[in-house]
Design a protein around this ligand. Structure first.
Ligand code: M6R
Length: 612
């Protein structure tokens, strides 16, 4: 996600901002900008693309001695990755600037009010609303104006604000987006993450949600958005080196991204479910109600992990909406005989939005008259530009080649889409949408609580399995695609041969593989196919297969089948695929790590497959 750096002190600010932004590059970004104070004015530079473009734009001769400023790298969420949408954003006067990381959920309502009051906007971003909202409340006290504005804002933010009339001051605040302060001699800093601060100070203060800070040369006060009483927060001395700090102390990006999943799911559903009414809001879907009601069939097209998300969506959409869904691997879809017309909605699912086969697939479907919807994590990517509508997953940049948080965010988006289609076509009533919408939000919390315990248990368990040559994953019903996903994850990062099967398929061939050396991970929640799954597990046990079972807390029957059982909390059946993904990811991660593999960049693989 976006990166923020701010400095107020005695040194030249521009090199500090550029170096800080460089150290936040790992977070992913598509444009960058900075602003500094110079003779009572703010000097702002912005550029599309890489930091080098920004560096080439900045004229350091202006304000060479400036020592207060803020910088930003933007990962687009609202509006394309253009210079116009790059931060910092200004108010109407150009005397106040804001950099922001997060999503302002009620920005549409706020923007309408501000436009009505005469504010003029120059970008498509949600962030610009903050600049105008602060301007609206600004008299002569910037801190107070920021505080008032933030009480009106719903959503997540880490932000830094500069005002031309306060040349040696930065106001910053956070809520559900990371922000850390650095404390140095005669200087204060803010940053999205510790690596940006490490060349200058190791003394930091981690801000918590709804906290605000006012920074001046070497002095600061911390309060909250709701209360002006100063807080006394501890200063932490950072022992990490730069490489550790980029991964927030995690050993690999993949592990960090596994742990980011609760937030990624929340970001994806945020602002899209009205809890009291169960209304699902997907304004960017690009299809009106008449078009949605006339859909006769849905074609889901994707590759790899994204294809597994599509397989699960088929279960959800056919069950709740009653539209027939076909799922294709994009490299097959693009060449086979297709029965596509204007009554078919084609949906591509892609983390990157650039996968060559998926792109070719939707181009072909569009030529045959189909409307195209894309579920994508990268704003402004080719797929999002070519589609008629988009549902963004707001997972943030995924750096590990193995897809983790992008996958569970795709599932969250597809579940939202199911509820939305059910709402428009009248196949789900508001009561059901309230219950299922709330369950999706609760799931994020459940996963957050579960992750540390599960990682510990799996790290211990893999000692018996990490040197296996083969691995099977089995499940039934809507969890079957998670067996495929578990097998893909394991093979791509640990190089162990692994296969996923629908448990009922075993006796049609694969059961011949079972012997005392074959580990089999069974995903067996207590759902409507539970008894059938247990029968299949009995068959594996009878042939001495080495079972590792993931099931519902309290299911003692599983521990009669094997000593290796991991228990997960009970959630509604439809959300089990998201929950049961987590142990499959952790098992693959721990095994690959134990085998000394290059977890984040496995051999022969690329993050984005842009060639056929
Ligand atoms: O960017 P996409 O979602 O279109 O990528 C599709 C696949 O290449 C991708 O999911 C791949 O299978 C993952 N690396 C698996 O972890």
């Amino acid at each position: 996600m976006c990166g923020i750096v701010g400095y107020v002190g005695t040194r030249r600010v521009v090199p500090i901002l550029l170096e800080g932004l460089r150290r936040l590059e790992y977070r992913g970004y598509d444009s960058a900008g900075l602003v500094y104070q110079h003779e009572g004015k703010l000097v702002r530079y912005r550029a599309e693309g890489k930091l080098i473009n920004l560096e080439n734009t900045v004229d350091e001769n202006i304000g060479v001695a400036s020592s207060t400023g803020i910088g930003h790298t933007r990962w687009a969420t609202h509006g394309a990755p253009t210079e116009m949408n790059a931060h910092p954003h200004t108010d109407c006067t150009g005397e106040l600037v804001v950099v922001h990381n997060g999503i302002i959920e009620n920005y549409n309502t706020l923007k309408k009010d501000l436009l009505a009051r005469g504010h003029v906007f120059s970008s498509e971003t949600d962030t610009e609303v903050l600049a105008h909202l602060i301007e609206e409340h600004l008299d002569d006290d910037l801190e107070e104006a920021v505080r008032k504005a933030l009480t009106l804002v719903e959503g997540s933010y880490a932000l830094g604000v500069l005002w031309a009339k306060e040349p040696e001051m930065i106001v910053a605040a956070r809520n559900h987006s990371p922000l850390v302060m650095g404390v140095g001699e005669d200087a204060c800093y803010i940053a999205s993450d510790v690596p940006a601060l490490l060349p200058y100070t190791k003394d930091v203060i981690f801000l918590d949600d709804k906290e605000m800070t006012v920074l001046r040369k070497g002095e600061y006060t911390i309060t909250t958005v709701d209360d002006t009483t100063p807080l006394n927060k501890p200063v932490t001395t950072i022992e990490w080196n730069a490489a550790m700090a980029e991964k927030a102390g995690y050993r690999h990006f993949m592990l960090k991204e596994i742990f980011e999943q609760p937030q990624a799911i929340l970001n994806t559903v945020s602002g899209r479910i009205v809890p009291d009414t169960g209304m699902i809001e997907l304004p960017e879907i690009g299809l009106d109600d008449i078009a949605i009601k006339s859909i006769e069939r849905i074609a889901l097209v994707a590759c790899g992990t994204s294809w597994h998300a599509a397989l699960i969506a088929k279960y959800w959409i056919e069950k709740w909406v009653g539209i027939p869904v076909e799922v294709d691997i994009a490299s097959e879809f693009r060449y086979r005989s297709l029965l596509i017309n204007d009554k078919v909605l084609t949906i591509s699912i892609s983390q990157s939005g650039e996968t060559a086969d998926t792109l070719a697939g939707i181009r072909r479907a569009a030529q045959m008259g189909s409307k195209i919807l894309t579920i994508c994590n990268v704003v402004g990517s080719t797929m999002t530009r070519e589609a008629d509508g988009v549902i963004y997953t707001h997972a943030g940049p995924e750096i590990g080649v193995a897809s983790t948080k992008a996958f569970t965010s795709q599932l969250a988006a597809l579940f939202l889409l199911t509820l939305y289609l059910g709402q428009v076509r009248g196949t789900m009533d508001s009561e059901q949408r309230i219950v299922y919408g709330a369950a999706l939000i609760d799931l994020a919390k459940t996963i957050e609580e579960l992750l540390p315990r599960l990682q510990e248990e799996i790290a211990a368990l893999i000692e018996s399995f990490y040197d296996s040559r083969d691995f099977l994953f089995v499940a039934r019903g809507m969890n079957f695609p998670i067996a495929l996903e578990g097998a893909l994850k394991l093979k791509e990062i640990s190089y162990i041969h692994a296969e996923g099967y629908a448990a009922g398929e075993l006796k049609h061939g694969p059961i011949a593989l079972i012997d005392k050396d074959m580990p089999v991970m069974g995903l067996v929640p207590q759902d409507e196919v539970y008894q059938k799954s247990v029968s299949n597990l009995e068959e594996i046990k009878a042939r001495q297969g080495r079972l590792v079972l993931i099931g519902t807390a309290g299911d003692e029957h599983l521990s009669n089948l094997t000593e290796h059982v991991l228990y997960l909390p009970k959630v509604i059946d439809d959300l089990n695929p998201i929950l049961y993904t987590i142990p499959a990811q952790l098992l693959s991660y721990e095994i690959a790590n134990r085998r000394g593999c290059d977890v984040d960049q496995p051999r022969n693989l690329a993050k984005s497959v842009t060639v056929e």
